[in-house]
Design a protein around this ligand. Structure first.
Ligand SMILES: NC(=O)c1ccc[n+]([C@@H]2O[C@H](COP(=O)([O-])OP(=O)(O)OC[C@H]3O[C@@H](n4cnc5c(N)ncnc54)[C@H](OP(=O)(O)O)[C@@H]3O)[C@@H](O)[C@H]2O)c1
Length: 290
């Protein structure tokens, strides 16, 4: 019988790549995506994914979407309601008697994490652990795909502006998250484990700029701005107080070396080595910078 999997956050960067990784396995699975805007999910429907409509605030719709599922993938957006949203997904999985919940959390989630996001993810992770559900929690490092935010300034000015100082970090390719999540959702295992997904190397933004420059054959400079400047410019761009403050907090933490580590967890779970930053640039970023 087909394995039935519910994907939340399916129209976002992690969720959509997770669906692609699951489909690439050619396994006997049936996918259902919980989406708030079915129009945005038209491409998922074309891939054969069933759509269930609703917001994370709609517990009834979430419960209904989880009915009959074997596994649930839980992903929420970093926002002030993230704890409640994560809890609502977990409750729906529990109500439906789902066998396994796989959650996208965040790097070093902890009650004393240096960012609100880390504290909130910790609370939602703890709720899963207390639920009695079989879980696998993933705490990914800074996404390489975050660099895509700098596409315009790199194209126009040959520069990217970040507030991470010369802090090194083991940033990770979202494709490696997707492969890890797909493996657990489709084949199970890794029960009641917590993994920290990173790339293979810990590098600073000066090194990233050098790798991008070499890949596209054009000089790209990293301009180190202060965490306060990061926050101010995000607010000026309309990002909102919560997101702007998160980037400020992450900038301070990463500049101080908080993210200077790597793990082998991508390989442990997905079965392949994590992708390097050069691979990400050559395959994903450079084509967008032409
Ligand atoms: N960026 C990083 O470096 C990093 C590192 C570690 C962990 N994380 C964590 O990764 C998560 C973000 O993943 P992502 O990059 O894939 O995010 P994303 O691209 O912004 O996607 C978020 C998804 O959640 C859906 N969503 C948001 N609010 C919803 C609601 N109220 N009801 C129903 N669906 C809702 C969105 O739907 P719509 O398409 O309709 O908006 C979208 O499908 C956050 O929890 C963040 O803390 C990020």
């Amino acid at each position: 019988m087909s394995k039935k999997i519910l994907i939340t956050g399916a129209t976002g960067s992690v969720g959509s790549l997770t669906i692609q990784s699951i489909l690439a396995k050619n396994a006997d699975v049936k996918l259902r995506a919980y989406v708030r805007n079915p129009e945005k999910a038209a491409n998922l429907k074309n891939l054969g994914v069933e759509l269930a409509q609703g917001d994370f605030e709609n517990q009834d719709a979430l419960n209904k979407a989880a009915e009959g599922m074997d596994a649930v993938f839980s992903l929420t957006l970093a926002n002030p309601k993230a704890i409640e949203e994560g809890k609502a997904i977990t409750l729906a999985a529990k109500n439906a008697g789902v066998k396994h919940i796989v959650r996208n959390s965040a790097i070093k989630a902890a009650p004393d994490a240096p960012t609100e996001n880390g504290k909130m993810h910790y609370a939602a992770d703890e709720d899963i652990k207390a639920s009695g559900l079989t879980y696998t929690i993933f705490r990914p490092h800074f996404f390489m795909q975050n660099l895509l935010f700098a596409t315009q300034t790199i194209k126009e000015q040959g520069a990217m502006y970040w507030g991470m100082g010369d802090g090194k970090m083991g940033l990770v390719d979202v494709r490696d998250l997707a492969d890890s999540y797909a493996e657990v959702l489709v084949n199970g295992g890794h029960e009641n484990k917590i993994y920290t997904l990173t790339g293979p190397e810990s590098i600073d933004f000066y090194t990233m700029a050098k790798i991008i420059s070499e890949s596209i054959g054009k000089q790209v400079n990293y301009v180190a701005v202060t965490p306060d400047q990061v926050q101010e410019s995000l607010i000026a761009m309309g990002a909102g107080e919560f997101a702007a403050n998160l980037y400020r907090q992450y900038s301070i933490a990463y500049a101080a070396g908080w993210g200077d580590f790597t793990t082998n967890d991508v390989e442990t779970v997905s079965g392949h080595k994590s992708r390097s930053f050069k691979q990400f640039v050559d395959e994903v970023f450079a084509p967008m910078l032409k």
